[in-house]
Design a protein around this ligand. Structure first.
Ligand code: GYE
Length: 306
């Protein structure tokens, strides 16, 4: 980090970059893999990482960012738990001349000079891929296709966008209807709890679309407890493709997974170095992703790293 009294303002005059990273939480397998990847990538890049876990609360993330500003880190990176309400703290970082990189989730700030770049997935596209699979699958369905949707945290970019992309895609078939949709906070426990309640209220449901694997895995427990067969009586589509999700897919309990890669660490460290070197970086860096059917999951599982 910057040596006090040396007059350097680039912050890396002792050769070592310090990054403050404000993580969302530890809500899912995706998040755990993402945290591990960022920590390993920082180490490999010789970047000193200060890391905090906000337990899915915006106020905790704002506190963490303020403490990184007070500690005069060289660069701040964070994955904003929700989209709104960041302008003030981002302005404080800007005033302190500490560059900010967004990872994984977007902010809705109008002033894009408040951050250098945003690296992460196209969540609308993920939702579309989920919906397109269902449209293709529903072609053979004799009757109505009644979907229960388990949403990620209200106000988060992946919840907003995965919902929007899916809604857009299923317009192609009027047989497909969303009969219930509720926040289950991206966790397995909530996925189970919310699915239990929604399935009781909507026994006509024959599809589950969960915004991540973990909620889908929790819902599978609720479906089995209700005496139904996940993947057969209720078709299941999820997003992420973490190991537990892929295992359930290979076992036939999930029908389709849209991949969302948590491995953003190396790209993040590269971008941080470029920003601190004063280089121009693209304002948006997209992650490359695929999708998995049950057969593809069986083939991919042995080499799956997370
Ligand atoms: O899909 C979910 C996690 O923001 C892409 O957050 C991330 C999402 C991921 O809790 O599992």
């Amino acid at each position: 980090a910057g040596l006090a009294g040396c007059g350097g303002d680039s912050g890396n005059d002792d050769g070592k970059i310090t990054m403050g990273f404000a993580q969302v939480g530890a809500e899912s397998g995706w998040r755990t893999a993402n945290t591990k990847d960022i920590q390993e990538a920082a180490k490999a890049a010789g970047i000193e990482l200060k890391f905090s876990d906000a337990q899915q609360k915006q106020e905790n993330q704002i506190k963490a960012i303020r403490s990184y500003i007070a500690q005069k880190v060289d660069i701040i990176a964070f994955s904003p738990v929700v989209e709104s309400g960041w302008d003030q703290v981002l302005k404080e970082a800007k005033d302190a001349e500490i560059p900010v990189i967004l990872t994984d989730r977007a902010v809705d700030s109008q002033d894009t000079s408040l951050y250098e770049t945003f690296i992460g997935s196209d969540f609308v596209l993920e939702g579309k891929k989920a919906g397109e699979w269902l449209v293709a699958d529903a072609k053979a369905a004799p009757g109505p296709v009644n979907v229960i949707q388990l949403e990620g945290n209200t106000g988060s970019a992946p919840a907003n966008d995965r919902k929007a992309g899916f809604a857009e895609a299923i317009k192609a078939d009027p047989k497909i209807k969303i009969v219930a949709s509720q926040d289950a906070e991206f966790t397995r426990a909530k996925g189970k709890e919310v699915m239990e309640a929604l399935f009781k209220a909507h026994p006509e449901a024959n599809v589950l679309y969960a915004h991540n694997d973990d909620m889908g895995l929790g819902a599978i427990e609720a479906i089995e407890a209700a005496g139904k067969k996940p993947g057969v009586d209720i078709k299941i589509i999820t997003v992420d493709a973490v190991k537990d999700g892929m295992t359930a897919l290979a076992d036939g309990k999930i029908n389709f997974i849209v991949e969302c890669s948590p491995l953003l660490g190396n790209q993040l460290m590269d971008l941080a170095k470029q920003v601190l070197d004063g280089k121009e970086v693209p304002k948006r860096v997209l992650t490359e992703e695929t999708t998995f059917t049950q057969e593809q999951a069986k083939a991919a599982l042995p080499d799956r790293k997370y």
